[in-house]
Design a protein. Structure first.
Length: 539
């Protein structure tokens, strides 16, 4: 078969016509390109270079084919001295026993600057030496040697790791007694615990750095101990350095954009400081705006701050590294869709919170009634308002619900014009109304936290079938104590009417009793009640 190939090659060369502008030479027919060369390799070892192609195969394909043949020979058990030369006339064959490895042509020798015979002998020597080294590296002895070196390296790694941990703890323990806070003129500028924490973080960083170097050296050594993994050993450092270099190059390219963002952040920060100073002056009434209340200052500042930050974010967005990438834009759209789908109720509450702020319906500390909830306002945010009831129960009401119902504020009038507390009693027609007025006013006078100026007053609300409805009205400044004030007032009304023998006709009845339904004064403190001044007496 090999002889047939040589005959066909000779006939092909003889059948190629010559022309006047193309020299009839073997060099032209072999299409030499000495400007490029392709290596013939065994494993990672380069044996020689191929600079010329032969009829039907390029120099690159030729180099790849020869490399495959030499590798196949190295993996077999043929002896090294089976590699020999045989003259084929127009080229010299390199054989392994009877197996064809390659051919050495005159043009190969011309490109190498030597003769064909000398080049062929050099190639044979290189093949033998490389195959011998290759077989040694992949032998069982080399494998056992690599295993032994790997075990030894593992033991060294464990010992160094323990030494490093012990050294880390020892250094921190030795330095701890010497750590002191930094003082300037008897004032501690930096506390000792912060310095201790900084030293601990620094020591931890050094430990991590040393661990990385130790692990890198260990992995590279173990990979280099085996011929099968040795090619990867040289790439371990590249696996780390290449991403770092790429990130560094990307960072350097983004420096102008990062500088723009930094300048924008600084300008926005100082602008916000100026806005904050202005609204603080408005809040403390050092500066006044016509029609602008002082309690609007903080909410307005927060809204303006949000708008300024949003505007700065829009301006900075095109300069954010990676903002133009499809992945970044896809994530932005995905998050926007999630926000729009899940924030409808939150947005309605935020809008309601802003409206309530400028409606001035209530503020923190006011006593309000919102639908069925009544209590003291603990706090109001853009989303919810928290109320503490007289029973010490905290209720959270969404702002959108507050905007959709009526709000009763007891504290506003209590601060400005005093709050009127009122209660009603029904008394029969047989009792003079003037006496009823006097008894109710007397009960109001005895009740703490009810003002005497303005004076309490009584209204006769209705003339019913069996009784007259009287309403006592009294002023107070303490809206937060309404429950206690009402309780004290009702106790004093009962005492006053019982003392003067006037029967309260609530609940209704249809016939007069033989004896009035009153409690004589000497029965006011019937057991287990205690008189004032006695231990356990009811205030």
């Amino acid at each position: 078969m090999r002889k047939l190939y040589l005959v066909l090659l000779f006939l092909l060369l003889q059948a190629t016509p010559a022309s006047a502008d193309q020299p009839d030479s073997l060099e032209w027919k072999l299409r030499v390109d000495t400007t490029r060369s392709y290596p013939v390799c065994l494993d990672d070892d380069t044996l020689f270079l191929i600079r010329a192609g032969v009829p039907g195969i390029s120099a690159q394909a030729r180099a790849m084919t020869i490399s495959g043949r030499i590798t196949a020979f190295a993996d077999e058990i043929l002896p090294l001295d089976s590699v020999r030369l045989e003259d084929a006339g127009i080229f010299t064959e390199v054989l392994a026993s009877e197996r064809y490895l390659m051919g050495v042509w005159d043009i190969d020798a011309a490109a190498a600057g030597t003769t064909r015979e000398a080049l062929a002998r050099d190639i044979v020597a290189r093949i033998r030496a490389s195959v011998e080294a290759y077989r040694k590296e992949y032998s069982a002895r080399s494998l056992l040697q690599g295993i032994g070196l790997s075990v030894l390296a593992t033991l060294v790694l464990v010992i160094l790791w323990k030494i490093m941990l012990r050294l880390h703890r020892t250094v921190l323990a030795r330095l701890d007694p010497f750590i002191r806070g930094i003082r300037v003129q008897q004032k501690e500028v930096v506390r000792a615990d912060r310095i201790r924490r900084a030293i601990t973080l620094l020591a931890g960083g050094v430990k991590v750095f040393l661990v990385i170097i130790l692990l890198y050296a260990y992995v590279e050594f173990v990979l280099s101990a085996f011929a099968w993994t040795r090619p990867f050993a040289a790439r371990v450092l590249g696996l780390v350095l290449v991403p770092v270099r790429l990130m560094w190059d990307a960072f350097m390219r983004q420096i102008p954009n990062l500088a723009f963002i930094a300048v924008l952040v600084i300008l926005t920060r100082y602008f916000l400081k100026g806005i904050r100073f202005f609204f603080r002056e408005v809040e403390t009434e050092q500066a006044a705006l016509p029609g602008f209340y002082a309690d609007w200052a903080q909410p307005t500042y927060k809204i303006v701050r949000f708008l300024i930050i949003a505007f700065a974010a829009v301006v900075a967005f095109p300069y954010v590294p990676g903002s133009s990438s499809p992945a970044f834009q896809g994530v932005s759209i995905f998050l926007g869709v999630l926000f729009s789908l899940g924030s409808s109720s939150a947005v309605s509450n935020i809008v309601a919170g802003v409206i309530l702020t400028y409606m001035r319906s209530f503020k923190v500390g006011d006593v309000v009634q919102i639908a069925e909830a009544r209590g003291v306002v603990l706090g109001s945010t853009l989303l919810v308002t928290r109320i503490r009831t007289p029973k010490n129960v905290e209720i959270t009401v969404p702002n959108s619900a507050i905007l959709g119902t009526h709000v009763t504020n007891y504290s506003t009038q209590a601060r400005e014009k005093n709050l009127i507390l009122h209660t009603s009693v029904t008394i029969g027609y047989d009792v003079p109304w003037r006496q009823i007025h006097a008894l109710l006013l007397m009960a109001a006078e005895k009740t703490p936290d009810l003002l005497k100026d303005p004076a309490p007053f009584v209204l006769q609300k209705s003339l019913d079938d069996f009784y007259v409805s009287y309403e006592l009205n009294a002023y107070t400044e303490k809206a937060t104590g309404m429950v206690r004030i009402y309780s004290d007032l009702h106790k004093n009304i009962q005492d006053a009417f019982n003392e003067y023998g006037v029967q309260i006709m609530s609940p209704n009845y249809e016939a007069d009793r033989e004896k009035p339904a009153v409690v004589p004064k000497d029965h006011w403190y019937a057991p287990p009640a205690r008189k004032p001044g006695e231990p356990g007496a009811d205030a």
